[in-house]
Design a protein around this ligand. Structure first.
Ligand SMILES: Cc1cc2nc3c(=O)[nH]c(=O)nc-3n(C[C@H](O)[C@H](O)[C@H](O)COP(=O)(O)O)c2cc1C
Length: 215
């Protein structure tokens, strides 16, 4: 049977019992929510805000959660290799990942160590799982953020209004890049009318240290 999160299924009226709302259950459920977010397009954790430090200011943008490897504490997303976020993530700073699901009323804030996957095994594996419609965005002529003379999608003329076929889509691989995030810290916040709850999980080689904190 598929794993069911322990304490928040769908908007419980009552705060879950203390024996359910343990740090151990919360940590395990957070990873289950992230996994569900990577698998289901309509899940509240399917997208997240990624915060990077550009050297002068913080930059934020929305990304799709593509893959979760709980055993390695890794989260993956796809992006265009030419996009500014890539060199911001290469700077050595940690990244911030922010999830909020209004149905579960849970926010998860993650501090993570980024890794860049271009033309490697991980990039090849995730590219093979992408749909033709998703590959289309990697076929744009200019890099993301490039100034255009008018509002347009930046795609070559022959792809306007349609998806590429499999052969056409292969050209997108040169712009395709996978961002990996090793989770270093997870901050869980649960909003509830009977009292919010918040806990922080700090990962280390042995597992994690967990603390309840004031919401
Ligand atoms: C709902 C939504 C999902 C998005 N998913 C992605 C994504 O998975 N990968 C990506 O590179 N950009 C995605 N974007 C676009 C980014 O938010 C951003 O505009 C783009 O990647 C350029 O970011 P940068 O200039 O900070 O590098 C998404 C935007 C929205 C609104």
């Amino acid at each position: 049977m598929a794993f069911q999160p322990t304490f928040v299924k769908d908007r419980p009226e009552k705060l879950p019992a203390p024996q359910q709302l343990t740090l151990e259950n919360i940590e395990r459920d957070c990873w289950e929510y992230l996994l569900q977010g990577s698998l289901k397009g309509k899940d509240g954790f399917h997208t997240f805000a990624l915060g990077t430090y550009s050297g002068q200011e913080v930059e934020m943008r929305t990304l799709v959660l593509r893959k979760v490897e709980k055993s390695e504490r890794l989260i993956f997303t796809h992006t265009d290799a030419r996009s500014p976020k890539v060199y911001q993530l290469e700077s050595g700073h940690t990244a911030g990942l922010l999830f909020y699901d209004p149905n579960r009323k849970i926010q998860i804030r993650i501090k993570a160590r980024p890794s860049i996957h271009k033309d490697d095994f991980i990039a090849g594996m995730l590219w093979s799982e992408t749909r033709l419609s998703a590959r289309k965005s990697y076929l744009s002529i200019k890099s993301p953020g490039h100034i255009l003379g008018q509002g347009e999608d930046g795609l070559p003329e022959h792809l306007r209004g349609r998806d590429p076929d499999l052969e056409e889509s292969q050209a997108g691989l040169q712009n395709f890049l996978v961002l990996g995030f090793e989770v270093l810290q997870m901050d869980w916040l649960y909003l509830h009318s009977q009292g919010h709850r918040r806990a922080v999980f700090q990962y280390n080689e042995a597992g994690y240290d967990a603390l309840w904190v004031n919401p």
